[in-house]
Ligand binder design. Structure first.
Ligand SMILES: [Mg+2]
Length: 236
């Protein structure tokens, strides 16, 4: 049995600049002054971490209370801008998830820096929310490396099965996903469809690397140890 924990941004979907603008607008509303998000990388980070870093980059001390307020304002500001016109499914993701959801040796779940409401909002915009009944989110912890334990706890609660680290696979587009997987003792799959390139993901220690998620059979062979297909050419 395999527990597959998917990252969202850069792995399953791409969100245009609207997401970044929503962070800026929310924080400006909250602190009542103009802010800049320039120079703050969002990729692979949890939402609370992103909000703290933007505040700090603008010389504002990010107390826990301020970050918690900021998350609420951000959720309100971001929800209306996340739609099918701003969120795009990355190549191959929809058919891959459909195939994985059909298998009885796979449990799908999320491991993402998005707060839970934003995670499902993004997935709903591309009709992927139904594949993920649970996950671990930026709303659970600001430190991504603490999220695998949350995901494993929820997996046990929701499926009644205790997954071992060796059965767990973390799939993401940044070195932070790889580091998080390594911390948890999980297998780490890097996908080069987001922020970090193949060399960076490889250096970070990814066990497997894919350019994108288009080749379903290659993914299942490498990640789930499927045997090469015996079907003759041309049979689909
Ligand atoms: Mg990502």
């Amino acid at each position: 049995m395999h527990l597959l924990l998917f990252d969202i941004d850069g792995t399953l979907v791409r969100v245009n600049r609207a997401g970044r603008r929503a962070v800026q607008t929310a924080l400006e509303d909250l602190v009542g002054t103009d802010l800049s998000t320039d120079g703050v990388s969002f990729s692979g980070k949890t939402d609370p971490q992103i909000l703290s870093e933007v505040l700090a980059a603008n010389g504002i001390e990010a107390s826990d209370a301020l970050v918690s307020d900021a998350l609420e304002v951000y959720a309100e500001a971001a929800a209306p801008v996340l739609s099918s016109s701003t969120v795009t499914a990355l190549p191959g993701t929809q058919p891959l998830l459909t195939a994985l959801a059909d298998r009885d040796d796979v449990q799908l779940a999320l491991l993402t820096g998005n707060i839970e409401a934003m995670a499902y909002r993004k997935l709903e915009a591309v009709s992927m929310a139904q594949y993920f009944s649970f996950g671990a989110f930026g709303s659970d912890h600001a430190d991504r490396n603490r999220l695998p334990e949350v995901a494993l706890r929820r997996a046990r609660r929701d499926t009644g099965r205790a997954f071992a680290a060796s059965e767990t696979v973390i799939i993401g587009d940044t070195i932070h996903d790889i580091e998080c997987g390594q911390t948890a003792g999980a297998r780490c799959v890097g996908v080069c469809s987001g922020s970090d390139d193949r060399a960076a993901l490889s250096r970070a220690g990814a066990d497997l690397l894919f350019e994108d998620l288009r080749d379903r059979d290659a993914f299942c062979r490498a990640v789930l140890h499927d045997r090469p297909s015996q079907r003759p050419h041309g049979s689909g």
